[in-house]
Design a protein around this ligand. Structure first.
Ligand code: 13P
Length: 241
């Protein structure tokens, strides 16, 4: 049985004060949440400290949004694996399309970050997915196969989550049809040596489509952007049927 993982990706949203308010309205909603799913919040670095204290003893796991491949060094603006694990971070998003687009992240640096995350005991969430232009040019399959082949060199597939995030579905309200997401995720699975790697869908996941998404046989979870920022909508998503 593959693990189900619902993760919020807060991107560059929420000050510490806003994070405290979120927790007040969110944590109590988990009392009835079935035990079969892992819940993760991947938050800005400045929110990790407060969450590591407030989430202690709760069932919500802590995630970051980046990790450098060196243990330490002169890398202004970066963060290392030991810095994250020391404060209780368990997961890290790697290769998100926003980092590939705005911060020169390549399959090669993604691969370095994945291996470093595992080296320091973090579970990486590797994001892959095509743009609208690539989809229209019928390049979805070849692009994803290439992202996986380059990104996963020497990566341990026993400590890995993959998120399929079609770029055209991110922040647009234009969700990928769940049957199509299921098909692409099946393709991703066919490229892996470990068929039990949990594979999430991400891109305009909302309270009104999470049940249908999670009903798909290949889909093991969701990586949720905008809808994870609001306690009641993230609570509904986490409590999918
Ligand atoms: O990028 C995403 C999660 O990593 C998806 O964002 P939205 O849920 O806002 O579309």
């Amino acid at each position: 049985m593959r693990k189900k993982v619902i993760a919020g990706n807060w991107k560059m949203y929420k000050t510490q004060a806003e994070t405290s308010e979120f927790l007040l309205n969110f944590l109590h909603t988990l009392e009835e949440t079935p035990e079969d799913r892992e819940i993760v919040l991947c938050v800005p670095f400045t929110d990790l400290g407060i969450l590591s204290k407030s989430l202690h003893g709760s069932r919500v796991q802590l995630g970051a949004q980046n990790v450098h491949w060196e243990e330490q060094g002169a890398y202004t603006g970066e963060i290392s694996g030991p810095m994250l694990t020391e404060i209780g971070v368990r997961y890290v998003v790697i290769g998100h399309s926003e980092r590939r687009q705005y911060f020169n992240e390549t399959d090669e640096t993604v691969n370095l970050r994945l291996k470093a995350a595992q080296r320091y005991g973090l579970t990486p969430i590797l994001c892959v997915g095509e743009s609208k232009q690539q989809r229209d040019a019928l390049e979805t399959e070849s692009l994803i196969i290439s992202q996986l082949a380059k990104g996963l060199v020497d990566v341990d597939q026993n400590n890995l989550i993959i998120a399929y995030e079609p770029i055209w579905a991110i922040g647009t309200g234009d969700t990928c049809e769940s049957i199509e997401a299921n098909r692409v995720i099946g393709l991703i699975r066919s490229q892996l040596s470990n068929p039990d790697v949990p594979i999430q869908y991400g891109g305009s996941v909302k309270p009104n489509n999470i049940d249908e998404i999670m009903a798909q046989p290949e889909i093991d979870g969701a990586l949720v952007g905008g809808a994870s920022l609001e306690p009641s909508s993230f609570a509904r998503i986490v409590n999918y049927q």
